[in-house]
Design a protein around this ligand. Sequence first.
Ligand code: S3P
Length: 437
Amino acid sequence: MNLTVNPLRTVIGDITVPGDKSISHRVALLAALAQGASCLRNFPAGRDCRATLKILSQLGIAHEELEPGTVTIFGCGGKLSAPSQTLDCENSGTTARLLMGILAGQPFAASIDGDDSLRRRPMEHVAAALREMGSAIFPSNGEKDLPLRVSGGALIGRNFAPDRAGAQLKSALLFAGLQARGTTRVTEDLPTRDHTERAMRLAGIRLETDGSTVSVEGGQIPKSFAVTIPGDLSSAAFWMALAAPLQGSRIILHNVGLNRRRLGFVDALLHMGAGIREEVISCDEGEWFGNLDIRGDQLRPFQVQATDLPSLIDEIPLLAVLAAKARGVSTIRGASALRIKECDRITATVTNLQKMGVEVDELPDGMTIYGTGNLNGAELQSYGDHRIAMAFAIAGLLASEKQTLIHDTDCIAVSYPGFHRDLLHLIKDSVRELAFS
Ligand code: S3P
């Protein structure tokens, strides 16, 4: 499928985005390991999270969904069943890496694979750390990290201080640590999202945090729990980016996750001069959530450096689009991790911006964007990456002139199958509101 968008002058409306993808993977996996039935409300329909549920079925974990988005998972009390076939993580890096941590501690062998994009992504840093804990995890064919085979079993807790920040690695180690003998400690150089820690606490797991170190004592079985998954800030970011540079625009986003470690994009927008009001509703069930009210204004350029990255890692392509709308020079540095996401997001972003007439220099770890306030509609590629497809749909809406055509946008369903529907809803609402104003 291709997506065509036309420039939009103003947007007014409100949206409720799907449940947070990162949190959903974690609560599904913990519910699977728990003793008893857990209830996950607002579980998203995106393909990544559904891949996690399918894999759990292959590991003997039943679930039911009596109404869309309300998923009951019947946990196994820590004992999964050996799968008869390869576990296909499809496009989901989080599924693959967290699963490695879980399977490392289970007394059977299993194979993990994914689609062509996932097969190009690094898994060896996770495998190597889990081998240190005693599991045998090796690529099935020597060339790539995936497919791989995990022969799990008795694990021993270890101390880790990874030299590159990564929430997926930390989470895989904590899942393995839950099943290990002794204590597993992970010390981070930069704080990454702490959804695993919060979900584990919700499931009654005792975790210690001491500065930048989190530790878990092995031999703990999660307790069943009920949770309402907050809206995904990374999906909400698309609508924030749409309203922020369009003067006279306003978008309200309901029930969005407001975990501080995910709010780098909101901070960057505030720095750029966007009008944002955060209305925190609650910190129920371990995660902060609330409403975001965004009003458009003339944006200023920004600088992103390595220390900012974990809190806005998935929003960099969108920030680059906004840099083009701000007059002046914006820089993004310390972001080389983006080259190993669903596609090389640095090259993809730079190429698409250049096609839209923006002057951008590609750097090994980021880019420099010379914003003039103008983007021109163009014919673009998604590179099979959901976030690139959506970021450039927004860029097309923010263009000053000409239509934008984005090829190969089926990938949007990985995280936000309702993106197109929500876009149409917003545009329709905007037209109605403007007609009355
Ligand atoms: C994620 C962590 C981030 C992020 C990814 C989801 C997670 O990756 O880019 O989309 O759910 O833990 P890192 O492992 O690089 O932190």
